[in-house]
Design a protein around this ligand. Structure first.
Ligand code: PMT
Length: 219
């Protein structure tokens, strides 16, 4: 017998990179593999939740029992999240979302010539901040991928985005890797999870989410 602390709960999560089109064949993306997000999806399903993954382009296989919506750009990811979020009890933003999109992407492949090419970039919507500041938000969990000053920057992000829980990790260690080291930040302070395979880290993170959410320590 395995306890299912999230039985009957609905978890929505974002995972993987986003892709912002420059022209018919090129775009701006990042090296998120989707491994962390898909591991969390699996751990949430193991914990009894109904899981929906909004996934950027990634080679990860959909974990058993999870529903997957594929997207490319940050705007598409936002649209999919907004369509699903009313049904969600818990929203976990693991995706590495592009902060900017290309203002005027070309329909055709841009031809090379001798000139300097300038791209105009405009800020993308912050999906997590939008969801967390809704009048009746789900329990929101954010990630912070930092390359320095991890705890300071992560806690500032948690406050700025109004999150009850945030998972901080170093981008150099986390992105693309099979394992990860995560520090959870919540209203009670910091909780260091041991370095381990992403699925092990994911199971501990989901255990922490279940404790905060199910035992009523939400806000
Ligand atoms: O995919 P892997 O290779 O397994 O790597 C895992 C990971 C490093 C991508 C993951 O562990 C991680 O840290 N994800 C968050 C990456 C990120 O973009 O962090 P951020 O600090 O820029 O964003 C903070 C939070 O806001 C994140 O929860 C992010 O999903 C969310 N966000 C950011 C920008 C935006 N426009 N919309 C968002 O929802």
């Amino acid at each position: 017998f395995q306890p299912k602390p999230l039985a009957g709960r609905r978890v929505l999560l974002t995972a993987g990179p986003t892709f912002e089109r420059i022209d018919a064949v090129r775009g701006i993306t990042n090296s998120s593999s989707g491994k962390m997000g898909f591991a969390i999806a699996r751990a949430a399903w193991e914990a009894g939740a109904e899981v929906v993954i909004v996934a950027g382009e990634t080679a990860q296989a959909t974990p058993p029992g999870c529903r997957r919506i594929n997207v490319l750009s940050a705007q598409e990811m936002l649209t999919a999240v907004e369509q699903e979020v009313d049904d969600a009890d818990i929203f976990i933003a693991v995706a590495a979302v592009a902060d900017y999109y290309v203002l005027n992407p070309s329909e055709q492949k841009i031809k090379k010539d001798a000139h300097i090419l300038t791209l105009e970039l405009a800020p993308n919507p912050d999906i997590l901040a939008r969801i967390a500041t809704r009048p009746q938000p789900p329990f929101c969990v954010g990630f912070a991928a930092e390359s320095e000053n991890l705890l300071e920057y992560a806690e500032a992000k948690r406050k700025r985005k109004h999150l009850p829980l945030l998972a901080a990790n170093l981008v150099q260690q986390a992105m693309g890797a099979d394992d990860n080291e995560v520090i959870l930040l919540d209203d009670n302070g910091e909780h260091r999870l041991p370095r381990g395979l992403k699925l092990d880290v994911a199971r501990k993170l989901i255990g922490h989410v279940a404790q905060l959410y199910v035992h009523g320590k939400t806000r």
